[in-house]
Design a protein around this ligand. Structure first.
Ligand SMILES: Nc1ncnc2c1ncn2[C@@H]1O[C@H](COP(=O)(O)OP(=O)(O)OP(=O)(O)O)[C@@H](O)[C@H]1O
Length: 631
């Protein structure tokens, strides 16, 4: 944790590139201060009858107003200009930061909290700069100049009128102390509220299907109550400070009138002096009266900045490792590694020795005695060893929570195993040596949940390979059996999707995700078969799309269908984090083991239907979930 001072120092670094606008803000505010002082002095001379003429006074007032108005505009615009620009940069860094954070740490945060930091916290900071930054220059200057002028006019009157000020300042300073904490507490609750709201909107079908509205609404209202409570606590504090501010403003004016009258009676002050006092005292009182607000807003902005920089200080995903290019020549199934930097092949497997598992050449994926847990003392994968060679298809089956998805997360480098917990190699290179961006460019992933983004269908597919042409996108959509339904949509490939893909069926969303993976054309495919309830026609189309994406590449599939496991060269049966069996479908059926029991329970009927030729299993069978029951 760091103090808000250091947070402001860091904010200042964002402001630095816009120093010109800061400078303009300062100059404009100084001009405004000078105008107020010149007018004050002229008014004094007017009251004393020493000013040259009324006409000149009118010229002066008009002239000062004509200069003052653009100055006000410039001051406001320039402060907005540098604060909006600096905050844009800060927001940009935050978004970059979110991208650089490890998936594992983002997963554990509330999305709403992160979004709130990006929006609310930056807005608090921006408002402070726009509303108060220029005051930091304007107010001290008019304050000092007015004080000097009034001291020269009547030091007794100014001292008497400001006598109670220090007490007021001490009171307001004490009263505004908790504001930073109150504000941080409020921001935290708002973030929580946003998270609940966002998740409820994101999961609206489930919310409705389970009639969770009332429960979620209640939860939302409970948090909302807390937001209101914390908001009111903050406002109560501001409200309590306000009368002190008003008192600080009113008392000196009363004192000027009462004590000033006394001084006039005793010949120590003339009428001009009183007029000058009444005009300039406001320039002394204004900064003092605004001080609590400025201090409070500064503390609030400090709290927001602290919240923001906390994010920027979270640890990034590692950026090191070798950038490697895998030249996958699928025609002859020879994986080929090149170092991007010098273009030399650093590992070449063509014609290499047959590995233990019967895979030609270097294994694309290799786990050796890998043990992993997300949290200390909680092992999720235990002593996992298996290989997938070039062009292999390895099916992973097992009970829910057995660690199947964890294997995928490790392969993508979302989580990394400890140093002495075995090894993972991809394309012959240890995971720890890979640069993660480079590694991920070699992996396509299709998850159970279709992952669509708020963009057009063409863009959603095109995210697979950013440089892809429209023709390539259409080709991928055709191969994924998505083209036909896309062209039937009124806006075709330009149909704008929400992040939940509203308006599309589950199978259609899946096929768009698969088209994206096809377009990426990565040598390793991680496929989590969709188990969502698709109708049989849609299921067949998704299955066909999956068959297309699986062709000619190494595939690790979390399998839920008999047709998929039968296609696999090898099946790995995971139970409570350990591989309890591995082999081909036939080998495993020959053993009286876990897989056989699983098969007998879940697939016999499907097998029977397929063998009798009643229908293709892909098209007819109800989904068989290999996770269910037996294991
Ligand atoms: N981010 C995480 N932090 C802590 N524990 C986790 C995390 N993700 C998964 N786990 C735990 O790891 C274990 C394995 O989870 P994993 O998702 O790999 O299982 P799975 O076999 O894919 O399950 P399913 O078939 O239900 O998706 C579970 O006990 C789960 O609670």
């Amino acid at each position: 944790m760091f103090r808000s001072n250091s947070a402001f120092r860091r904010v200042a670094r964002y402001v630095r590139p816009y120093n010109l606008w800061v400078f303009i803000t300062v100059i404009a505010s100084l001009c405004l201060a000078a105008i107020d002082i010149i007018l004050g002095k002229a008014i004094e001379q007017m009251a004393q009858g020493t000013f040259s003429s009324t006409q000149n006074m009118i010229y002066l007032v008009v002239g000062m107003t004509l200069i003052g108005m653009p100055c006000k505009f410039v001051m406001r615009y320039a402060s907005a200009r540098f604060s909006v620009s600096a905050l844009r940069d800060l927001r940009g860094d935050l978004v970059h930061k979110f991208c650089d954070l490890p998936v594992s740490s983002v997963e554990r945060k509330f999305t709403g909290d992160l979004v709130s930091r990006l929006t609310n916290n930056t807005a608090v900071l921006q408002n402070f700069f726009i509303q108060q930054f220029s005051n930091l220059f304007y107010l001290p200057l008019v304050f000092t100049a007015s004080l000097i002028l009034l001291l020269l006019t009547s030091w007794k009157l100014i001292l008497a009128s400001l006598a109670l000020m220090p007490i007021g300042m001490i009171i307001t300073s004490l009263m505004s102390k908790p504001i930073e904490k109150y504000s941080a507490d409020l921001q935290e609750k708002i973030a929580h509220l946003n998270a609940v709201g966002q998740d409820a909107i994101g999961g609206i079908p489930i919310v409705k299907a389970f009639n969770m509205q009332a429960v979620l609404l209640k939860k939302y209202m409970v948090i909302m109550e807390e937001v209101v409570k914390r908001g009111l606590r903050l406002e109560k504090r501001y409200a309590a400070i306000t009368p002190v501010g008003v008192m600080m403003l009113a008392t000196p004016i009363i004192l000027v009138i009462v004590y000033g009258g006394y001084l006039i009676q005793h010949g120590e002050l003339n009428a001009g002096g009183i007029v000058l006092f009444l005009y300039l005292i406001s320039f002394i009182l204004q900064p003092i009266a605004m001080l609590p607000t400025i201090i409070s807003q500064m503390k609030e902005a400090g709290g927001a900045a602290k919240h923001l920089f906390e994010v920027l200080d979270w640890q990034n995903e590692r950026q090191d490792g070798e950038m490697t290019l895998v030249d996958q020549r699928r025609e002859n199934r020879a994986p080929h590694l090149e170092d991007d930097a010098d273009g030399e092949a650093n590992r070449m497997s063509e014609g290499g020795a047959e590995s233990d598992d019967g895979v030609d050449g270097v294994a694309v994926v290799s786990f050796e005695h890998l043990t992993f847990g997300y949290d200390e003392g909680n092992t999720v994968l235990k002593d996992i060893s298996f290989q997938a060679g070039q062009g292999d298809m390895v099916a992973i089956v097992g009970a829910s929570g057995g660690g199947k998805s964890t294997i995928f997360k490790l392969l993508c480098g979302f989580n990394e195993p400890g140093e002495h917990a075995g090894t993972i190699q991809l394309f012959g290179k240890s995971l720890t040596d890979w640069n993660l961006t480079s590694l991920r460019s070699h992996i396509s992933m299709v998850s159970q949940e279709s992952s669509l983004f708020p963009a057009t269908i063409a863009e959603n597919i095109g995210y697979g390979r950013l440089e892809a042409t429209r023709e390539e996108i259409v080709e991928a959509a055709k191969a994924a059996h998505a083209h036909d339904f896309i062209v039937q949509l009124p806006e075709g490939y330009e149909t704008l999707l929400s992040e939940r893909g509203g308006g599309l069926s589950g199978g259609q969303k899946q096929r768009i995700s698969i088209a994206r993976a096809l377009l990426k054309n990565a040598p390793l495919l991680l496929l989590d078969e969709p188990t969502s309830a698709l109708d049989s026609q849609s299921e067949a189309q998704v299955q066909n799309a999956m068959n297309a994406v699986m062709q000619n590449r190494t595939v690790l599939v979390i399998a839920h269908r008999l047709s998929t496991v039968r296609q696999a060269n090898r099946i790995i049966v995971l139970d409570q984090g350990s591989i309890v069996e591995s082999g081909s479908h036939e080998e495993l059926l020959g053993r009286d083991g876990v897989y056989r029991k699983l098969y007998l329970k879940n697939f016999e009927e499907e097998q029977h239907t397929a063998e009798n030729g009643n229908s293709l299993p892909e098209e007819r069978s109800e989904r068989r979930d290999l996770q269910a029951g037996v294991l």
